[in-house]
Ligand binder design. Structure first.
Ligand SMILES: [Zn+2]
Length: 179
């Protein structure tokens, strides 16, 4: 079985504007500014043999203010820029009570079936507590970048940046293999 690093999209792979309570997601390709500093860490993870899967909540799809076509354009750019294997989207609103809207673990579990992943030996990178909670439920190790959205839920590590997180995963990897 393969191991995976799941990566939250907004705030990790692309920039977000910061609103009073949460991040403001870009809705068009023109607003979609990539975080190019993520390219080198992702390459290191890819070279270490991980499947790289991007996950994202995009409730604007069901609320009607995010077009599917713009999301496809943004995700084409993501795939061209970063060595990622898959992008999984929850298009639902909170009121849909779907199994895939993070902090629920549905996207991780779906990827687990699709890519034959060992979730217990996989990792989740984000800057938000919802991903740490999804990781906990799915059995993955969570690593968060310091941010205002870490909150007080269970997480395994909070580190300064994506470089430090990548170093940590690559140090943990051999330990996981002998376990
Ligand atoms: Zn959903």
């Amino acid at each position: 079985m393969k191991r995976c690093v799941f990566i939250e999209r907004d705030g990790i792979l692309n920039e977000v504007r910061v609103g009073p309570k949460n991040q403001i997601t870009p809705l068009t390709l023109e607003e979609f500014k990539l975080n190019l500093n993520a390219a080198a860490p992702l390459r290191r993870l890819k070279e270490a043999g991980f499947v790289l899967v991007v996950t994202t909540n995009q409730p604007g799809l069901s609320r009607g203010y995010q077009s599917r076509r713009e999301i496809d354009r943004m995700h084409d750019l993501l795939r061209r820029t970063f060595p990622i294997d898959d992008i999984l989207v929850c298009p639902h609103d909170e009121s849909d009570h779907c199994p895939c809207r993070k902090p629920r673990p549905g996207l991780l579990i779906e990827a687990g079936f699709k890519w034959h992943l060992n979730l217990d030996h996989s990792f989740v990178i984000s800057d938000k507590w919802q991903d740490a909670e999804a990781a906990r439920t799915a059995g993955c190790t969570s690593l968060l970048v310091k941010s205002p959205w870490v909150a007080r839920v269970h997480h395994d590590f909070v580190l300064d940046d994506l470089e430090a997180i990548t170093d940590k995963i690559l140090r943990l990897k051999p330990l996981v293999e002998v376990a």
